[in-house]
Ligand binder design. Structure first.
Ligand SMILES: [Zn+2]
Length: 275
């Protein structure tokens, strides 16, 4: 069933688990995530990266996501991932997103607050909650990590922007880790205490299980998985026999691979049977 980002995270916050947010790129990734949510009776977030909203793909994949949400008996949200600005936010709203991330984290604090507050005001007109980011979560290819999110700044950011969820920099990055990351769990707990809202962990792919669970214990309520959705799909595609020609049959195994990956993360984050 279709719900907003705020609704899906509010229940996670009350019950102390995290909702996995899986990036969707095509119908097959939507199917894999949907089947996992159905089987595990779990709430789930489908999200699409900002770039996908810029091209023709969104007009085809977004309806598939909305249809999957309708078919699911469990709560599901559709989220814009790393909205680069107001045009990206508007496109996501047009395609039916029930949550929006505005990422102005590369800007100085004052400008980040201003840009995020503008997105919150815009989205509030149609009842869509916003995720902001404070502390820039970079990529695993960066030489140095940015400055971690500070609890006092996070409290001010949340108060002045009105965001419903906050992405924080506490040791993760986007992409394939060369070395397993070490998350600052105490910092997550401090930010959670200072802000009181659901916190979001980006770069969930490749984070060791026990650290993901500790981060949930400290207040993370949404964990993003992009890289490993792609990898589970692609590893399977390259392993399928070339003797299978019909694409629907060829895609059965990749869909199953995405489903199994999603199921594993749903269980790890404590989201199973929370639907
Ligand atoms: Zn991210």
């Amino acid at each position: 069933m279709k719900v907003t980002l705020q609704a899906i995270l509010a229940q996670a916050d009350q019950q102390g688990y995290a909702v996995p947010a899986f990036n969707a790129y095509n119908t097959e990734t939507v199917m894999g995530v949907m089947q996992a949510a159905q089987e595990a009776k779990a709430p789930v977030i489908f999200q699409m990266y900002s770039r996908l909203f810029d091209g023709p793909l969104a007009s085809l994949v977004a309806p598939a996501i909305l249809e999957a949400m309708q078919q699911l008996d469990t709560p599901a949200a559709f989220h814009l991932d790393h909205g680069a600005g107001i045009p990206a936010v508007l496109r996501a709203l047009r395609y039916g997103a029930t949550g929006v991330m505005i990422d102005a984290s590369a800007l100085p604090l004052e400008e980040n607050i201003a840009a995020t507050a503008q997105a919150v005001e815009l989205c509030s007109a149609c009842g869509v909650p916003v995720e902001g980011e404070l502390g820039h979560v970079g990529t695993t290819k960066d030489n140095v990590m940015g400055e971690y999110t500070k609890a006092d700044e996070a409290a001010r950011f949340v108060k002045e922007t009105g965001v419903s969820a906050l992405a924080v920099l506490v040791g993760t990055a986007h992409g394939h880790y060369q070395q397993a990351p070490v998350l600052d769990i105490d910092r997550i707990a401090a930010i959670k205490a200072a802000t009181g809202i659901p916190l979001v962990l980006h770069g969930g792919s490749g984070v060791p299980d026990e650290q993901l669970q500790a981060s949930v214990g400290a207040g993370i309520r949404k964990v993003n998985f992009g890289t490993d959705v792609c990898c589970s799909f692609l590893d399977s595609v390259f392993g399928v026999s070339r003797e299978i020609i019909a694409l629907d049959l060829f895609m059965r195994e990749p869909v199953q691979a995405v489903k199994e990956f999603a199921l594993e993360k749903i269980r790890l984050l404590g989201a199973e049977n929370r639907g």
